[in-house]
Design a protein around this ligand. Structure first.
Ligand SMILES: Cc1cc2nc3c(=O)[nH]c(=O)nc-3n(C[C@H](O)[C@H](O)[C@H](O)COP(=O)(O)O)c2cc1C
Length: 167
């Protein structure tokens, strides 16, 4: 699939808004992901408000790009919906990648910002959105029309990482 090979992290966006139909497609793509025991514990906050995006950009030292995104999706998981709690991060990772690939497909660019990867970012996001205890923030994915940067192929194939039949 072409989108897998050309996807890049895009951190510079024009000020063009992302159409509501495209936002809908991105959410549908995320929720189409596989999940442990089909638990689908995901929840999403969709943010387009500039002032809010600026606050979100302060939640991590690596989130500056977020302020200028057209839309940022906060990916969350509801503990109360988890049948296999140990699978939650895998589930959310699959949903995140689906969203990013659909963005490429729609002519958009996006970037994954780790939230569950650092406790202090988790706490910042938790308090900014006043999340209930059972809601775990996973990542924030910023999307928009790329400005300057573009999705393009970079070859990362490493033949020596592939092991046939045995280690
Ligand atoms: C778990 C995870 C956390 C990430 N966190 C950040 C982040 O905090 N800020 C950022 O700008 N990019 C972040 N990225 C994007 C990576 O930096 C990027 O995917 C990587 O450098 C490879 O580049 P590519 O996406 O263009 O292939 C994250 C990606 C993943 C998968």
């Amino acid at each position: 699939m072409e989108e897998i090979f050309i996807r890049r992290s895009i951190r510079k966006f024009t000020n063009q808004a992302v159409e509501p139909e495209k936002i809908d497609k991105l959410l549908r793509a995320a929720m189409q992901a596989p999940s442990a025991a089909n638990q689908q514990a995901w929840e999403f906050i969709v943010v387009q408000d500039k002032a809010r995006l600026e606050q979100m950009a302060e939640t991590s030292p690596y989130a500056k790009h977020l302020a200028d995104s057209a839309v940022t999706f906060v990916l969350l998981a509801d503990e109360s919906k988890m049948k296999v709690p140990t699978g939650w991060e895998q589930d959310m990772g699959a949903a995140a990648e689906n969203l990013l690939l659909e963005a490429v497909h729609l002519g958009l660019g996006g970037v994954w910002l780790g939230v569950a990867t650092a406790d202090f970012v988790t706490e910042n996001v938790r308090s900014l959105f006043a999340l209930p205890e059972n809601i775990r923030p996973f990542a924030m994915i910023s999307v928009g029309y790329p400005d300057g940067q573009k999705n393009q192929f970079v070859d990362r194939y490493q033949a020596e990482r592939v092991h046939y039949e045995k280690w």
